[in-house]
Design a binder for this molecule. Sequence first.
Ligand code: SDX
Length: 431
Amino acid sequence: MTSERTATLSWDREEKKQDLPILSGSIGPDVIDIRSLSKTGMLTYDPGFMSTASCTSRITYIDGDAGVLLYRGYPIEQVAEKCDFLEVCYLILNGELPNGQQMAAFVKNVTLHTMVHDQLNNFFKGFRRDAHPMAVMVGVVGALSAFYHDSLDITSETDRKISAIRLVAKVPTIVAMCYKYTIGQPFMYPRNNLAYVENFMRMMLSTPCENFVANPVLVRALDRILILHADHEQNASTSTVRLAGSSGANPFACIAAGIACLWGAAHGGANEAVLNMLEEIGDVSRIGAYINRAKDRSDPFKLMGFGHRVYKNFDPRAKIMYTTCHEVLDELGLGNDRLFKLAMELERIALEDDYFIEKKLYPNVDFYSGIVLRALGIPTTMFTAIFAMARTVGWIAHWNEMITDPEQKIGRPRQLYQGHPRRDVTPIATR
Ligand code: SDX
């Protein structure tokens, strides 16, 4: 980061001034380094961190105006087309694409860690069968720290690496277990002779009573969905993982915190909310009423799957998801899928509406993902768990980057206090 340039802050009719360094990254917006601002006795105020860079990072770059998403410098369009998800996991974790030998070793290492401790099976028994899978997933991933005392030293690179492998390897097994538990079917153990996504689909969608035959088009589609969700800069759940990790919490607890944050409908819960919204709209004749609700500030309803904090033209992932949606529905003979046609009409109407144009609201990654997942046979309640499974690699990469960042400190924002000034407690008899 370079800082030859400065921004000068002046206040009280320019009687007071403070020079603040301007830092430049490799690409993207410059930042004003406000770390010395506390000397003025003042703080910055930025609810939702709309104008705040919380850290430096080398993992993912987003240009919201240009619709650009880079994983370690590689455009999402190329990565989604030319890589598979485990290759992307290697890239995000290590910073470079693997060669053949590195990839083979990585795949073998992940494969040999896909099984979970068998006592975790008992852990599930404490949940109600009708619990939301995300509630179960938060609990079980957090509980992993009760099983891996041998790798919780966050100052050890070896421990951090094995924890990353364990999380990338075991979260799909746990996601499938969360689903099987809610439908009362037996857990399916991972198979080391199956590739990552096919292994997950077998654990999720088959039973001990039958052989699982994967459709390669569907396997590739799910693999691409995982790639599209693998990382996304300092989004809410990644920032949660970084904040939890800044206190020294172990990686399993930090990832559980990320899962909890992702669950929210404004974030990773949106894909489930999109499907529920489309089912509620039900027919193209009712789209107008819901568009009007979305535009009514007195109505809390928002068009799920639309809008984004950073993308103000288009979400590049949504374009790839739309293509994937077509591929899957065509493969399954569902080209006339009711909800897909409803979603396309909703998108068309919204994108022609002045409100959405003025507020720069476009479909985001969640708008079509739910339709694809549903066509793959994955129930709506599991959509966010699939998102969490994909984002685990991004979360752990950011956690590791934060731990090894020489500038990292425990995250501890301040506030603008609007409460009572000091006052004395009076006896209850006089209140
Ligand atoms: C993800 O951060 C990431 O990178 C997240 C993510 C990732 O990969 O990690 O990309 C994944 O979370 C995608 C977003 C999924 N969420 C949804 O689809 C839920 C619906 N979208 C909204 O909740 C909203 O668009 C957000 C939360 C995504 C973004 O909200 P912002 O950036 O805080 O913007 P805002 O709420 O301030 O909205 C600006 C204006 C507001 O109107 P005014 O107050 O200016 O009058 O746009 C309106 C909002 O009311 N608006 C919407 C809307 N989204 C924003 N109005 C109707 N429908 C919507 N979907």
